[in-house]
Design a protein around this ligand. Structure first.
Ligand code: SF4
Ligand code: SF4
Length: 286
């Protein structure tokens, strides 16, 4: 390799982004022990459904582990709107491969507001006990109050505090159904995502990676399938064989078979993309 390769992998917690980047990092070293490989992970709130981004750079002279905006060779997103969130890493030559899975992170709900219908609320306070937003879970259904709930009763009516996350946990306690979410947070349509990303690059492909992986018996192999698509397009300077060998080393034995199948399915789909969209792959992968 004469130049460094920059890739950003994004998605939400629980989708295997870090594992996918580990596979690539190991493959980059196995392919060429002279390669410098650097990676940086930012895991939102380190929990399921929180936003996750991993930067990975490899090549002859990698300094910082962070990919600068506008400089990725490839953006892989396991979640539709996460691809949109990080589109400013793209440039006109980049490729973006985005899973069409919708996995709405809690942060989206935080953008929502709870509305209380004053004609229904009579200030009984039932809903207060169910708000655990400011509480710390000690285990065995035991909570330690760190602060007051995000809802309280003032002058005979329920009010919502700024700390309300819009989680809706307290709604079922209301005998009058006086609380509801304001529908001010909307999820982007697939064509909105595609046209927004196309402002950065024409090479954007939104694919049903999770569905394809599910057909192979394990929807969670979508991360590896996405790697396969990138390999198949010829836009990743690693060989399929090396990536397969790293999958066998990094993934638990009982899951290796399905993941190898997912990789091959991805490669096949990536080759289709390459044949129909690009005149020829930029790099050969076999
Ligand atoms: S919606 Fe959630 S955070 Fe807001 S008041 Fe109800 S339980 Fe608390
Ligand atoms: S919102 Fe419902 S549960 Fe909460 S105080 Fe009002 S009537 Fe009671």
């Amino acid at each position: 390799m004469e130049k460094n390769y920059n890739i950003v992998l994004v998605g939400v917690g629980g989708q295997g982004i870090v594992l996918a980047s580990d596979i690539l990092a190991m493959a980059a070293l196995e392919e060429n022990p002279e390669n410098k490989v650097r990676t940086s992970q930012l895991k939102g709130m380190s929990q399921r459904s929180a936003s996750v981004i991993v930067h990975l750079k490899f090549g002859p002279s990698v300094d910082s582990p962070l990919v600068t905006k506008g400089s990725v060779d490839a953006l892989l997103s396991l979640e539709l709107s996460e691809g949109l969130r990080y589109m400013d890493y793209l440039n006109e030559d980049s490729i973006a491969i985005i899973n069409n899975e919708i996995n709405i992170p809690p942060v989206i709900f935080r953008a929502q507001k709870v509305e209380i219908d004053p004609s229904l609320c009579y200030g009984c306070g039932n809903c207060l006990a169910d708000c655990k937003v400011n509480y710390y879970f000690k285990g065995n259904h035991d909570f330690l109050a760190l602060n007051s709930p995000a809802t309280s009763v003032i002058n005979g009516k329920c009010v919502i505090q700024d700390s309300c996350t819009g989680c809706a946990q307290c709604f079922h306690a209301c005998p009058r159904s006086a609380k509801r979410l304001l529908e001010n947070a909307t999820y982007p349509e697939m064509n909105q995502v595609a046209s927004a990303i196309k402002k950065f690059t024409d090479n954007v492909f939104i694919i049903p990676a999770t569905d394809w992986a599910r057909e192979l018996g394990n929807a969670r192999a979508a991360n590896v399938l996405l790697l396969g698509v990138l390999l198949g397009t010829g836009r990743l300077p690693l060989s399929i064989k090396t990536v397969e060998s790293c999958i066998s080393k990094l993934i638990p034995e009982k899951l290796v078979d399905t993941n190898l199948k997912a990789l091959r399915k991805g490669v096949e789909k990536g080759k289709e993309i390459s044949r129909t969209v690009f005149e020829k792959p930029v790099l050969e992968t076999d």
